[in-house]
Write a protein that binds this ligand. Structure first.
Ligand code: IMP
Ligand code: MG
Length: 186
């Protein structure tokens, strides 16, 4: 049975206030960059949901949202292998649209690289990436990041959309998981 989040928490890495302040800045930057242009935010379920909803409220220009889901590793596993599958497709075409992908975290980069390849086949007008967290030292695939919330160390984190075996996405901060609670490394 899953326990209280405090039993899994080593330390708070990014506080609620720090997250909200940075997201307001990102929203302002995006609003400036896409001023008087079309903008479609594509959220990758499920980790990106908290970030999307706060980012939307920080963006001051008209925009649309859509969602997609891709396969990630299963419960207990901590690494993606680069064999990503589309589990849920977008609801509308993106041809000739300015697409901004909204992700919770870029780790190896395989997930986002696959999503970019997939979306490019549909000929968007532009395609950029906005990630809340960048675990830069772990990068294996070369991916362009246009908007980045925070660069973080190579530690397994949870909260604010990111799960620990599907729990604790609701936490308003980003926490580091205690080393003794990480089940497996594959
Ligand atoms: P990548 O393909 O290795 O870049 O992995 C990206 C996905 O792995 C993210 O969208 C997350 O769902 C998941 N992930 C990577 N690192 C973490 C973490 O520290 N905590 C929770 N999920 C993570
Ligand atoms: Mg994700």
């Amino acid at each position: 049975m899953i326990q209280d989040y405090q039993d899994y928490l080593d330390e708070v890495l990014i506080s609620k206030d720090a997250l909200q302040a940075r997201i307001r800045e990102l929203g302002e930057e995006i609003s400036r960059d896409y001023k008087e242009q079309d903008l479609l935010l594509i959220c990758i379920l499920r980790g990106g949901v908290m970030f999307l909803t706060d980012l939307m409220r920080a963006i001051t220009i008209p925009h649309n949202i859509d969602f997609m889901a891709v396969s990630s590793y299963g419960v207990g596993a901590r690494r993606s292998k680069g064999n990503v599958q589309i589990k849920l497709d977008l609801t509308a075409p993106i041809e000739d649209r300015n697409v901004l992908i909204v992700e919770d975290i870029i780790d190896s980069g395989h997930t986002i690289a696959s999503v970019i390849n997939f979306l490019m086949t549909r000929r968007p007008k532009s395609l950029r990436v906005c990630t809340l967290l960048d675990k830069a030292e772990r990068r294996e695939a070369d991916v362009p990041i246009d908007y980045r919330g925070f660069t973080i160390p190579n530690k397994f984190v949870f909260g604010y959309g990111l799960d620990l075996d599907e729990y604790f996405r609701d936490l308003p901060f980003i926490g580091v998981v205690r080393a003794d609670k990480i089940i497996s490394e594959d």
